[in-house]
Design a protein. Structure first.
Lengths: 622, 496
């Protein structure tokens, strides 16, 4: 069964091909069958593969399936080869399963769109690229998936291409992530040049034997990979693309935030954890980047009025948690949070899709309200997902995963109180912005009237994901044990005054504090929020946070505008001016000389005499 | 003999096509298709014969005494490197004929005469291993190309054609001087007058002479390649030429520059090339970034695509002067993939111009809904151009960078930023032409039969190069090994 592995990425690739070639001739029903069915089949095969992996775990905990030799030049021999271990298996299961639910939802959500088959072609390619990235056994194949994911994000964010704003958001996503990719590619050059392979397992082995911990080469390589990771995973300083990525259809956001794309960076770091362990400076950088991102994005999420932008910033913030976990060496915790986040974040976006669909594409949460009674199923599932995101203690999946991270921030090898504090503040912020959203959208007086209600294909994914957002948390121990074969377990070193129970109690309290303040400002005394924003400091902070801490503005002024200015000013190529100058000179001298050709003999005689005199003078006085 | 046929078929078919136009204006097109098709089949048979052993240099050769008094031979030979470029030549040749099917309606016979003769000249350049013959073919491709731009070009065709002619002719003269200098010095040293490539290899030259002769060759080839700042003929020529002209210019003529550097400059003058390497690498990096920025700023769609060539061919220069197997294979792959992806872009842009009667990006927009197939194909080849993994261009550029990293990390970083910059122009092009609102309410037909056929062939080819490029590497490896043995100086050891 495990040999069916190649089908998992191949099926979505094949259906992309079918949809590209025949899409315009197929009925919508057939398109949905192909588009959704291929991912469903992939998910089924993933489960079969998982079953056979668990039933008879291959020796060493990993299974390699070589397909063909991609390149063989000199000593550079990357293969197109798949690698399955517990880490990639877990990610593949989540990606195919959540991806399938999102596709199912899309089949209904996009039904009226003219680009129905184009949409599914892109979505399938998106999933296929992500699966390639996850299953790649060498960094070059991973890079293929990595870039493919970036491409699909571009195609899907700009899916409604008629609006130039969508195109701008799409290009921003592609270009910003490609800035990171450039760092990653240089990292690949370095790794290959120094270690002579790009095959991940060999690479890790050679790195640990050839590089002493803390050497500058290991640090350089790890930092370059980190550059790629912060781009794809929307972490500081490259997080600016993700909030704008909301321009795409809502299922795209669900896919992008939950299953594909943004978790790629987390995966890359987990995959190359040996290298990061060799480079303590880079690993602490991962933690610091994560902590800063989770805080900054949390504050930004508090100020957004667009329902999808709130969720987008919350993704940035939650990925920040995963980065902190990776940074402190809590590899398993990061992956656990990835799993629960995939469930509840997909659910939140799908719920948001139902809401915006119901309200004539209204995104402003301040114009919504009272949807609790109008869309009961959406309300309950959204509430469950929200509680999971905000970590409602001891019930939701999000609590278990996030609390594990916060605890590890304190206790793990590289943990320290500062990171722990950041995690706690982040927890409070999460609870605040999540319930701000819920109270504004579902409670209070009815805002806009509901015009459209979801059908069963949109409801099933909501229910399934809601169940998973609760149940997912109870698999904490088995999951961590399962990952143990691929990732080292977390060493708890400094427990000290704090115990895990106390840490959990504090974060549990913070959840309720957050809910209470959200209730106070956004349900009970709604004008109180306005009072806060209206005083000068409040307004300034609000604007600053709303604009993502001004990072976008800085990039625009420092990088984008100067580049465009330089390009525009040199549009006609200054180098050509040189050649044009030569041509001009030639023409000038031609004219000058032809002017002397007057036909007057006196002129000719005079100039000949003058020239003769000149030459004689030169000869004489030299 | 097969090598003589390769060129002869084209030369004869050219005359036939010219004459045939008297009876039927469609006839020259079919004559050309058949002739180039025959050549492609011949080239593929050579390929199919299997790989060469390492001891034999050439897969096939023909050597006739031409002017014995001056030691001039009619000497053609093919190795893996030439073969790949020949296959590309004939492949793009067929595409050029198809691309002109509806575009060229005036003086059809003479057009195809020129087209076939340019191809013959290019094939000769890739085959000649006698420097005199090489120079002869170098000039042979120039004149018909000049006519192709001058007669069937667009609004500023005279300016562009003259500029093209002057640049190539003047730089060609430098090469002629360099060839003659080498010829006479070789006679001084050995007492033998010969233009024979294999005999001129390893000629004892004083460092001074070697450097200047090398520079003569280098300038000629770098005008063709082109290397910034010798590139300014290119945007004008590419923009003003007809579609077939642009395809041949970008897809093939530029490659003769890369081929010349590979075949002649480094092997004939290894020490001078070694000495010149830092400068060449810097020029390459400048070209990569500068070409990309220039492409980004253009509003003329064809000019935009033209500038992308400046950027991509910078990788070829970078790869050649890095002179290690990775970078060299990368350079060859870049040449082939660039021929496909940029050739296809010129075909699509030409098709658009034929339909819209403009190349101005400001006049376009929202064409995706109008011509989905054309737009999809353009998107595909733009992705090739921006170096998406899975397509041929990526393989080439990645290998070049992987190889150049061993020579200079700084240059590699700059060139990698050039790859990033290619994203800017490629996405901008797609946005301005195909996305956004259709403000000008264009209503034009989608790909016609010929265009659809060309895309249906070129898209799988680029994918093949991206996913299974090994046959190409296997073909060029013996040739590259041989060239590297000739250039004893390991340039790669410049800096570790």
């Amino acid at each position: 069964m495990i040999t069916l592995l190649w089908l998992i990425p191949a099926l979505p690739f094949a259906s992309t091909l079918v949809l590209v070639l025949l899409g315009s001739r197929l009925s919508r029903r057939a398109v949905a069958m192909v588009g959704v069915g291929s991912i469903g089949l992939s998910a089924v095969i993933a489960i079969l593969v998982a079953a056979s992996y668990l039933g008879a775990t291959p020796s060493g905990g990993s299974f390699t399936q070589p397909l063909w030799t991609w390149i063989d030049v000199d000593s550079f021999r990357p293969q197109v080869s798949l690698y399955l271990d517990s880490l990639s298996l877990l990610m593949v299961l989540v990606v195919t399963f959540v991806g399938f639910l999102i596709h199912l939802y899309s089949a209904e959500f996009m039904i009226e769109d003219e680009g129905y088959s184009r949409f599914f072609a892109y979505m399938n390619l998106f999933v296929a690229s992500m699966l390639t990235l996850l299953l790649a056994n060498n960094l070059l194949l991973l890079y293929l998936g990595w870039e493919g994911v970036g491409l699909c994000s571009y195609l899907l964010i700009g899916f409604w291409y008629r609006d130039p704003a969508n195109g701008r958001a799409a290009r921003k996503a592609f270009i910003v992530t490609r800035v990171g990719d450039t760092a990653l590619s240089i990292g690949l050059f370095l790794l290959f040049t120094r270690l002579g392979t790009l095959q991940i397992q060999d690479l890790m082995q050679r790195a640990s034997t050839q590089w002493a911990p803390g050497t500058s080469l290991a640090a350089a390589a790890a930092f370059l990979l980190l550059g790629g990771a912060v781009g794809k995973s929307a972490q500081l300083p490259l997080q600016v693309w993700l909030p704008d990525a909301m321009a795409g259809p809502t299922p795209v956001s669900a896919l992008l935030h939950a299953a594909t794309m943004v978790t790629a960076g987390v995966y890359l770091i987990a995959r190359t954890h040996v290298l990061f362990s060799l480079a303590p400076s880079a690993q602490s950088a991962v933690a610091v980047v994560g902590a800063c991102t989770l805080l900054l994005a949390g504050f930004s999420a508090l100020t957004q009025w667009d329902i999808k932008r709130v969720l987008a910033y919350s993704t940035v913030s939650q990925i920040g948690y995963m980065f902190v976990a990776l940074g402190v060496g809590a590899w398993g915790a990061a992956l656990f949070h990835f799993v629960t986040h995939a469930f509840f974040k997909a659910l939140l976006f799908l719920g948001a899709g139902v809401i915006t669909n119901a309200l004539h594409d209204e995104h402003n949460i301040f114009r919504m309200g009272g949807l609790r009674k109008e869309l009961p199923l959406t309300f309950w599932t959204f509430l469950i997902a929200g509680c999971s995101l905000a970590a409602l203690p001891f019930i939701t999946a999000g609590f278990f995963s996030k609390d594990l991270i916060i605890w590890d921030e304190w206790s793990a090898q590289n943990g320290n109180p500062a990171l722990w504090t950041a995690g706690m503040i982040g927890a409070l912020l999460t609870s605040l912005y999540t319930f701000r959203l819920i109270f504004r959208v579902f409670f209070g007086p009815l805002g806009l009237p509901v015009t459209k209600r979801p059908g069963y294909r949109m409801k099933i994914p909501l229910v399934v994901l809601a169940i998973l957002s609760i149940v997912g948390g109870y698999f904490k121990q088995p999951l961590l044990a399962f990952l143990h074969s691929a990732l080292p377990s977390t060493l708890e070193v400094h427990a000290g005054a704090l115990t895990e129970i106390r840490s959990e109690t504090i974060s549990g309290l913070l959840f309720f504090v957050g809910v209470y303040f959200a209730y106070l400002f956004h349900l009970q005394k709604r004008n109180l929020a306005d009072v806060l924003v209206e005083n000068p400091i409040g307004r300034m902070l609000h604007q600053w946070w709303f604009a993502d801490w001004g990072l976008d503005w800085i990039y625009d002024k420092v990088l984008v505008q100067p580049f465009i200015w330089v390009a525009r000013i040199n549009k006609s190529d200054f180098v050509d001016a040189f050649y044009a100058g030569i041509a001009w000179l030639a023409r000038l001298s031609y004219r000058g000389l032809s002017d002397t050709e007057t036909g007057r003999v006196r002129w000719y005689a005079a100039s000949m005499a003058a020239a003769s005199l000149l030459f004689i003078a030169i000869v004489l006085f030299k | 003999m097969i090598l003589v046929y390769l060129i002869g078929v084209l030369l004869i078919a050219g005359v036939v096509a010219w004459v045939a136009a008297r009876w039927n204006s469609q006839l020259p097109r079919w004559v050309s298709l058949v002739a180039i098709g025959v050549d492609l089949a011949l080239a593929v048979t050579i390929w199919g014969r299997g790989s060469v052993s390492d001891t034999k240099t050439w897969l096939d050769e023909i050597d006739w005494n031409w002017v014995p008094a001056f030691g001039i031979h009619f000497h053609l030979a093919v190795d893996g490197l030439s073969l790949l470029l020949l296959v590309l030549t004939f492949f793009l040749g067929i595409m050029s004929v198809l691309a002109s099917w509806t575009e060229i309606r005036e003086r059809v016979g003479f057009f195809h005469f020129n087209l076939l003769w340019v191809l013959a000249g290019i094939a000769g350049v890739f085959l000649a291993v006698d420097l005199f013959l090489f120079y002869f073919c170098w000039e042979l491709m120039l004149v018909p190309m000049y006519f192709l731009i001058l007669i069937w070009g667009h609004e500023r065709r005279v300016y562009a054609a003259v500029k093209f002619f002057l640049f190539t002719q003047l730089s060609g003269l430098l090469m002629l001087i360099a060839i003659l200098a080498l010829y006479f010095i070789h006679h001084q040293v050995t007492g033998v007058y010969t233009f024979e490539y294999s005999k001129l290899l390893g000629t004892q030259l004083s460092p001074h002479a070697e450097f200047w002769i090398m520079l003569g060759f280098f300038v000629a080839f770098s005008v063709k390649l082109p290397v910034v700042p010798l590139h300014t003929w290119l945007p004008d020529a590419h923009t003003q030429a007809s579609t077939a002209g642009s395809v041949i210019l970008a897809g093939l003529l530029l490659k003769t520059g890369g081929y010349g550097l590979l075949r002649f400059v480094v092997p004939l003058f290894p020490r001078a090339a070694h000495q010149f390497t830092p400068a060449a690498l810097v020029l390459a990096a400048i070209g990569i970034v500068y070409g990309a920025i220039m492409a980004f700023s253009q509003t003329d769609l064809k000019r935009l695509v033209a500038y992308t060539s400046v950027s991509h061919l910078g990788f070829v220069l970078l790869g050649i002067f890095s002179w290690n197997p990775l970078a060299l294979q990368g350079a060859i792959m870049t040449m082939i993939s660039h021929g496909l992806s940029t050739g296809a872009l010129f075909i699509l842009v030409g098709g658009l111009q034929e339909r819209l009667h403009t190349r101005d990006l400001d006049q376009m927009g929202g064409l995706w809904a109008v011509v989905p197939r054309l737009s999809g194909a353009a998107l595909f080849f733009s992705l090739g151009s921006l170096g998406l993994p899975g397509l041929g261009d990526f393989i080439g550029e990645f290998l070049v960078l992987l190889g150049s990293y061993r020579v200079s990390i700084a240059i590699t970083v700059v060139a990698s930023i050039g790859v990033l910059t290619s994203t800017f122009y490629a996405l901008r092009m797609v946005q301005r032409a195909f996305q956004g609102p259709n403000t000008h309410a264009w209503h034009i037909p989608d790909l016609n039969l010929q265009e659809a056929f060309m895309m249906a062939v070129m898209i799988p080819c680029l994918l093949w190069l991206g996913l299974y490029p090994q046959p190409v590497f296997n073909t060029s490896r013996p040739a590259l090994d041989h060239l590297q043995r000739e250039a004893q100086y390991p340039i790669a050891a410049l800096r570790r």
